[in-house]
Design a protein around this ligand. Structure first.
Ligand SMILES: Cc1ncc(COP(=O)(O)O)c(C=O)c1O
Length: 439
């Protein structure tokens, strides 16, 4: 007797020449314009001159660009080609484990040399700074993924990089520190004694575990007080979300190769950049009326800015030194619990994501961390990849959607972004496996 095994294609790989040539600027398709950033003193919209001490002009222009497409410079595309296009994968192992009729796909950003999507914006940010003669960048990092990405991009484009790493991650992830240092960057635990912002926090709270908001204050202060240093942010701002749209554009071409279109697109959301990256190119089609795809942003229950935060103007940092951004926020003094998904411990959400959520174009959900680790190990055992704790939030939601499809007897197509791997997060997995992890 012959047994016929039907072969399902698992990986969808684009050749290098299919790397996107442009970034997708969702601002051009918004049904209602994005509320502008405001000056904290006058509460008037700010002009480019207020951002100029922090960012190079090319990035400021992208921040406010009205163009639907923004060209990617050839030198940036060349750097992307070291790891892009990334594969789209069909999670057939997970589908079988869940016994679901749903088709589950994930875009695998964990294959980047930094281990996450963050290199997609670190590369153009380093490039544009170098083009304008900058030699040093200051930044924050939560989980260490962004610091790793900027350290790599800095070494590619010959820039020095100073990283303020949130204290709890600095202690939880010593090898992320070494990774960052391997590329020649300087890394210090935040709050630190190097800045007024850090010293003020330490004076009030010597054992502070830090937060992204505090680390941002420190990095912004260094850039604002040193002429030769610019600031670089790994999420939240329009230009960062713009750069990440290479993810979704590739995923659209790869879903076409698979002969399917997603019913739902899922991403975890800290500041919102990987979610925007996978979602915005698909969302543009929905805004133009050619699809009815749903979009789901997933956040931690301990830092639920979209699902519980207020939609109002707030500072992007703890010390209150940035322009005011209209966003879903828990308040710039909110101190999230020291969960292992360090990249999701941010008090606010990107203005673009917040605006789209407010317009009812996106959905959001929050999960406690243990249920995300349950999902992470289920995924690891079915697919052979240990996900970043941040990405496990998207996996939790994808699994729940697939189980829901099973209940409903529906053949749903689910796409999520695997924003990073968790190979530097094994202390978190240790705690989970030892049963000591709490929500
Ligand atoms: C792997 C990973 N996923 C997601 C995030 C969250 O950031 P964003 O919402 O900007 O994608 C981070 C942030 O550090 C991260 O490292």
């Amino acid at each position: 007797m012959t047994v016929t095994i039907s072969r399902t294609q698992r990986r969808f790989v684009l050749p290098e020449d299919r790397l996107p040539t442009h970034y997708v600027n969702i601002a051009a398709d918004l049904p209602v314009p994005l509320p502008p950033p405001l000056h904290p003193g006058t509460r008037e919209p700010i002009g480019p001159e207020m951002l100029a001490p922090l960012f190079p002009m090319a990035l400021i222009r992208q921040e406010v660009s009205p163009d639907a497409l923004v060209e990617i410079p050839e030198e940036v595309r060349e750097a992307y080609r070291s790891y892009r296009p990334t594969p789209l994968q069909r999670a057939t192992g997970l589908e079988r484990a869940l016994d679901t009729p749903a088709h589950i796909y994930f875009k695998n950003e964990s294959v980047s040399p930094a281990g996450s999507h963050k290199l997609n914006t670190a590369i153009p940010q380093a490039f544009y700074n170098r083009e304008e003669g900058i030699t040093r960048l200051a930044t924050e990092t939560g989980a260490g993924q962004w610091g790793s990405a900027l350290a790599i991009a800095g070494s590619m484009f010959g820039l020095d990089v100073d990283v303020f790493m949130v204290r709890v991650s600095y202690d939880q992830k010593p090898y992320r520190r070494s990774f960052i240092q391997s590329f020649g960057a300087d890394v210090v635990a935040s709050p630190s004694d190097r800045t007024n912002a850090g010293r003020a926090i330490l004076a009030a709270e010597p054992d502070s575990t830090g937060s992204l908001g505090i680390a941002i204050s420190e990095a912004v202060e260094v850039a604002a007080t040193n002429d030769d240093v610019k600031y670089s942010l790994g999420s939240v701002l329009n230009h960062v979300l713009l750069h990440q749209t290479v993810i979704g554009q590739e995923a659209m071409a790869q879903m076409e190769m698979a002969g399917e279109a997603p019913d739902i697109v899922i991403g975890c959301a800290g500041g919102g950049s990987n979610f925007a990256g996978i979602a915005f190119p698909f969302l543009r089609d929905r805004l133009r009326g050619s699809s009815s795809t749903r979009f789901l942003a997933v956040e931690p229950a301990s830092c639920p800015s979209l699902t519980q935060g207020e939609y109002r103007y707030d500072f992007g940092d703890t010390a209150g030194t940035t322009p005011l951004l209209k966003m879903h926020t828990l308040g710039n003094d909110f101190r999230p619990a020291p969960i292992h998904a360090g990249g999701l411990r941010y008090h606010g959400m990107a203005p673009l994501i917040s605006h789209l959520y407010d317009l009812g174009l996106l959905e959001a959900r929050a999960y406690p961390q243990t249920t995300c680790f349950d999902a992470a190990l289920q995924f690891a055992r079915a697919e052979g990849i240990v996900p970043a704790p941040e990405s496990s939030h998207a996996i939790r939601a994808a699994i729940d959607e697939a189980l829901d499809a099973r209940e409903a007897g529906e053949q749903r197509v689910i796409l999520f972004n695997l924003s990073g791997h968790g190979l530097f997060d094994m202390a978190a997995y240790d705690a989970y496996l030892a049963g000591t992890l709490t929500d």
